[in-house]
Design a protein around this ligand. Structure first.
Ligand code: NDP
Ligand code: X2W
Length: 309
């Protein structure tokens, strides 16, 4: 029998992209809710309980409500919201982040899909703390730019519709300037950092794509590693899989400009180590689609692990 899938929030930005990714598949029975009924709680509850797997593409509060509806049901859940990303009962849905994580996702009832910025930051940081090359108390700074679809339907409308009172005309803007972005606890705990990372995100006038930068002073790290040591730890960690690519140092050195939309439309992530050997500094950069490996692509990857596809 085909597994029954319900995407709660299927008419939103993340939900629509998941539907596109599974549209041609015949190994799933997709339960769907009409757009006009998307907030009909009774109908959603019925569909959630009928499904073998539900993917929640909802704001945090609505995701918590959906999980509460399923307490006594058998439905397995992938939550794309922030609600359960640091929760002990939930398996973190970043298969490449830890050895054996794909197997844990495959067995799980509750899977929390990572945030888009978090995927880039944790993807760069976790292998380094795991290997002991980056001390947990290093004061990490993360600078990032995201495509505006990262803000969901509301930000898409604000960026694209000039007639709106709340139209955003800026080509690029910083936000979360109080340094309390909702991804900080997730990045800190899932990267194994003892000190709260300083995270400064921004949005650019492009729909999809993202660069997440982590600059490091190598002389402040244990054993004063060389640029090649950092690259070797990342390359070893991601060896043997094809979703996260660690770009060779020579290839990175030849890049004069990095385009944040380079990975748009893909479900993969590229990691770069930039700098000049011997200068004691590196800039680690993750490039991904905020809606690909950063959300909907990762959700489909987790779905496939859970159903053994
Ligand atoms: N966009 C991105 O790049 C990423 C998003 N996420 C997460 O994915 C989740 C969804 O985000 P996104 O798709 O961008 O958001 P959108 O606003 O684009 O879509 C959310 C959908 O959920 C519906 N919805 C809202 N409240 C309820 C409710 N109480 N009951 C039922 N349906 C409801 C909305 O309907 P309505 O139109 O009526 O508001 C809309 O269809 C969020 O938790 C977000 O944090 C995670 C990673 C990246
Ligand atoms: C550009 C933009 O607004 N981005 C969103 C995060 C997008 C993302 O990863 O989402 P979740 O944490 O919601 O999963 C924000 O900063 O709130």
């Amino acid at each position: 029998m085909k597994p029954k899938l319900f995407i709660d929030g299927e008419h939103g930005t993340t939900g629509l992209q998941i539907r596109q990714r599974i549209a041609a598949r015949d190994d799933l029975e997709v339960l769907s809710i009409p757009e006009a009924e998307r907030r009909n709680a009774a109908l959603r509850e019925e569909l959630l309980k009928s499904a073998d797997i539900a993917i929640l593409c909802l704001p945090d509060d609505a995701a918590r409500e959906a999980v509460a509806m399923l307490t006594d049901a058998h439905t397995r859940i992938i939550d794309t919201s922030t609600a359960h990303r640091t929760h002990d009962d939930w398996v973190y849905g970043f298969a490449e982040s830890e050895p054996g994580q794909g197997e844990r996702i495959a067995e799980a009832r509750y899977v929390s899909n990572p945030g888009c910025y978090s995927t880039g930051a944790i993807g760069l940081l976790r292998p380094l703390t795991r290997a002991g090359i980056l001390p947990g108390d290093y004061p990490v700074t993360i600078n990032a730019v995201s495509g505006y679809t990262g803000g969901g339907k509301q930000m898409i409308a604000q960026m694209e519709d000039e007639a709106r009172d709340d139209h955003i005309a800026a080509p690029h803007f910083l936000y979360a300037t109080a340094l309390r972005h909702k991804h900080v606890p997730e990045i800190q705990s899932r990267s194994g950092l003892a000190v709260r990372p300083l995270f400064s995100p921004s949005v650019g006038r492009f729909a999809q794509g993202m660069l997440v930068q982590v600059p490091l002073h190598l002389d402040a790290m244990d054993g004063r590693p060389a640029m090649g040591d950092i690259h070797a730890v990342l390359a070893k960690h991601y060896d043997g899989q094809d979703i996260v690519e660690v770009v060779p140092l020579a290839e990175s050195a030849a890049i004069a400009r990095l385009d944040p939309t380079e990975m748009a439309g893909t479900d993969r992530m590229k990691l770069f180590v930039f700098g000049t050997d011997g200068d004691g500094q590196v800039n680690l950069v993750a490039s991904l689609d905020n809606l690909g490996k950063g959300a909907s692509g990762a959700a489909v990857q987790n779905l496939d692990l859970m159903i053994g596809a």
